[in-house]
Structure formats: C-alpha cells, structure tokens
Design a protein around this ligand. Structure first.
Ligand SMILES: Nc1ncnc2c1ncn2[C@@H]1O[C@H](COP(=O)(O)OP(=O)(O)O)[C@@H](O)[C@H]1O
Ligand SMILES: [Mg+2]
Length: 273
C-alpha cells in the first residue's frame, strides 16, 4: 500500500434498515419510489445495483449520499446515522461536475484544500491519483480541454483524493462511448483492488454490473425493492475479454438479465398516480 493511501482499520460499512422513499409531487400526489428495504454492505464490497429505469436506483444512492432523506427507516455508515452528505462518502455523478475555471489539478485538490490540508500533502495526493487515472500529463489543463472520458477520470481522481471510505457512483460511465467505458471499467477495478474501498455502483448495464461487482443487486420496477442479491465470485486475475467469455460470467449475466426482465414485466405493487 502506498504512503498516500494510509492503512486504517476496515471501515465503510453501510446499513439500510427499512429504508423507503415516497416523493410528494407539486400537485400533492404521492409517488412511492423505494419500498422499505433492508440492506447491509460490508467494508470493501463492490456492490452493483441494476434495475429498470425509474425503479429508484438514484433515489437509493441519493439517500446513502445524504442528499435526500428517507421517508421510512434509517441509514447508517459504520454505525453512525446518515443525516446529510459527509466526507467519508464520495460521490461520482454521471456528468463530470468539474469547476471550469480551475485546472484539472486544482479541481482534484479542491476537497483537501477546503478542509485545510497543507499544500504539499494535497499536491502529493492529487499527483498520485491523477497518475492512477492516467491524467498526469493534463494536470495543468482546464476541464474543457479534456474529452468526456478524461473529465470523468478527473472526477474520479477528485473523489479518490478526498480518501472517502465509500464511493457512490450513479451510472458514472453512462455517457461514454463503448471503448472508453470498457477502459474506465478496467481502471476502476484496478483502483478498487488497490484501495479496497466500499463501492456502491448504480448502472442499468447488466454486463457492467457482473463485470465490476463482488455482489449484484437487482431492483424491481417502482416501488423499488431488491429482488435478487447475487454474490459474484469469478476469481481475480482475468483480463476483461477473458472474464466476459467465462461460462460462469455468461451464466451470471443471464441470471441477472432474467431477473431484470421479470422485474420489468411485473405489475407495480401500487398503481401509478
Ligand atoms: N423529486 C421527485 N418527485 C417526484 N417523483 C420523483 C422525484 N424524483 C424521482 N421521482 C420518481 O421516483 C422514481 C424513481 O426515480 P429514480 O430514483 O431517479 O429512478 P432510477 O434512478 O432507477 O431511474 C421514478 O418514478 C421517478 O419519476
Ligand atoms: Mg437514475
């Protein structure tokens, strides 16, 4: 383990107990997005959540991130109740939300700078993670000089530089072309193997979920419930293309795909408003 990813006891456990969310729209209609859900994520797990569009995936992530309050149940991180966003949870959004007037390096250093981390320390951390995502040559550029994939890598470097225990990612590669997406998946796995952070990764791509996750959760159509909770143990050491052609991989992918189709076709538990 490198000097900038300091060793600490395993942390990053996430627990949802009876967590649900019902939105009330401007017109006063209630929309149950997430049915009461129990979920326990251990430190270092890479949990992928898949499900049909509108099933409440982003709602779950936003509640764990602390952007949204559940309307039922409670969420804890390492036993502490989540009452809002926190530095121990880093969030990667689908669109890179970099500050356009700052350089790539300054964007990546922003979190530690705001927390008063000394310049030399935050600079070293930023350099480390910029190199990890292959952007060391672009540190002095502005975000608009980078491609979409590079901006997304920059956003990931920024989140890692904050050294969160938990990384929350909501369809982070959704806007990327297929080739860049595959490269980013490989990079993310390499980063996860190095740091063993807890990752909660939302995607609607079954292949991506089975490829990345140590565990795949399938959510039903709205109101979202976990209808399949599948451990993924394919063994390490496979390159992307090899892994994807393993019979076990194909089997898991088919199983998750079938669960999504079933979830999609099932009538909603409560009628839509
Ligand atoms: N602010 C809101 N007000 C009312 N309904 C919402 C709001 N945000 C999301 N929803 C509804 O909640 C459901 C789940 O949304 P979301 O979590 O974004 O789903 P997903 O990320 O799986 O596509 C959808 O039916 C969506 O229309
Ligand atoms: Mg979403």
């Amino acid at each position: 383990m490198s000097a900038v990813t300091a060793a600490h006891p395993p942390s990053g456990a996430v627990a949802l107990s009876g967590v649900g969310k019902t939105y009330v729209t401007d017109s006063g209609t209630s929309v149950e997005a997430v049915a009461p859900t129990d979920l326990s994520i251990a430190p270092g797990e890479f949990v992928c959540v898949v499900g049909p569009s509108g099933c409440g995936k982003s709602t779950v992530m936003d509640m764990v991130a602390g952007f949204l309050a559940p309307t039922a149940g409670r969420i804890t991180v390492d036993g502490r109740p989540v009452t809002g966003p926190g530095a121990e949870r880093g969030v990667v959004f689908q669109q890179p939300n970099l500050l356009p007037w700052l350089t790539v390096r300054a964007n990546v250093e922003l979190g530690p700078r705001l927390r008063g981390v000394p310049a030399a320390v935050r600079r070293a951390r930023a350099e480390h993670f910029l190199a990890l995502v292959g952007l060391e040559q672009f540190a002095d550029r502005k975000p608009y000089e980078l491609s979409g994939g590079m901006q997304q890598r920059c956003q990931i470097a920024r989140v890692l530089t904050n050294d969160p225990e938990i990384i929350l990612m909501d369809e982070p590669f959704g806007a990327l072309d297929a080739l860049t997406r595959e490269r980013m998946q490989n990079e993310l796995l390499a980063i996860w193997r190095e740091g063993r952070k807890t990752v909660l990764f939302i995607t609607h791509d079954v292949d991506e979920a089975v490829f990345l996750g140590t565990r795949v959760l399938v959510m039903s159509a709205r109101p979202g419930r976990v209808v399949l909770d599948l451990p993924v143990q394919l063994g390490g050491g496979w390159a992307g293309a090899e892994l994807r052609s393993l019979p076990q991989f194909v089997q898991l992918r088919d199983r998750v795909g079938a669960a999504i189709t079933a979830a999609h076709d099932a009538p909603p538990a409560t009628p839509a408003p």
